[in-house]
Write a protein that binds this ligand. Structure first.
Ligand code: ADP
Ligand code: ADP
Length: 232
């Protein structure tokens, strides 16, 4: 589903070049829950910006669902980006819109007609378990409910991949469990590929099939979660 080959990313700064990523090879298979774990500064955010095609690599190739990123036109790149939904640590909801209208937002942008939008929003609200909270505003929701809205919004345009950026790091342990259960449920129901980026090992252990450990811009370990984290 996603292939990175020989990825390097340099940033020019006043004090010289920063090597954020230093030769990353990564292959995420369709339908997997793939974890990327690393300390702060390891290169996780840079990796996210490359996978969701907000930035281009300095070197190397990125292929998403068969399309080679470097060969895509501007329009094709916009379409390809719709294949990737994203959720965030701090949810990034629109505070002046209620639950329903937050979830409808990407559909509005995509020009989906009102009746179809309403049908889709209803389906998503059911999927993430927010029935009865349709008219609530983000300030009236718990952290877990806010992330459920974030997940529903990310799925609105039927992406093939869900990219989770520290999606449970602002949540308490019990809420974290519930959100991770929801991600597993979505992975199974929709066959959606999930990439989960985190600094928390227990999150990876709970739901990921595969894991890559990133440090200083390179992958230092990769494989089945059970093998990589096996106790000696
Ligand atoms: P993480 O998300 O794992 O904390 P980042 O991808 O944010 O790691 O950062 C990796 C390295 O690249 C760090 O040394 C960081 O300072 C550097 N870096 C990230 N983004 C930029 C940028 N826009 N300009 C300069 N350096 C950057
Ligand atoms: P946390 O998960 O740390 O408790 P919040 O959910 O309170 O964070 O906020 C998420 C993000 O939304 C933060 O970046 C915050 O700055 C922003 N934010 C919070 N309240 C508002 C508001 N009333 N209007 C716009 N943005 C807000």
């Amino acid at each position: 589903m996603i292939k990175l080959k020989g990825i390097k990313k340099f940033y020019k700064t006043k004090t010289g070049l920063v090597n954020a990523l230093n030769g990353i090879d990564l292959e995420v298979n369709k339908g997997d829950i793939f974890g990327v774990i690393g300390y702060s500064g390891a290169g996780k955010s840079t990796l996210i910006r490359l996978i969701n095609m907000l930035e281009k690599p300095s070197e190397g190739r990125i292929n998403v669902d068969g399309s080679e990123m470097s060969t895509l036109s501007k329009k094709a790149l916009r379409d390809a980006r719709k294949q990737i939904g994203m959720i965030f640590q701090h949810f990034n909801l629109l505070w002046s819109r209620n639950v329903k209208d937050n979830i409808a937002f990407p559909l509005e942008i995509a020009g989906v007609p009102k009746r179809e939008r309403e049908r889709k929003v209803k389906e998503l609200i059911h999927l993430v378990g927010l029935e009865g909270r349709e008219s609530a505003y983000p300030s009236q929701l718990s952290g877990g409910q806010k992330q459920r809205v974030g997940i529903a919004r990310a799925l609105a345009n039927d992406p093939k991949v869900l990219l989770c950026d520290e999606a449970t790091s602002a949540l308490d342990p019990k809420t974290t469990e519930a959100i991770l259960d929801l991600l597993v449920d979505i992975n199974q129901k929709l066959g959606l590929t999930i990439i989960l980026i985190t600094h928390e090992m227990h999150v990876i252990k709970k739901i990921c099939h595969q894991v890559a450990v990133i440090d200083n811009g390179i992958i230092v370990e990769e494989g089945e979660v059970l093998d990589v984290f096996r106790s000696p």
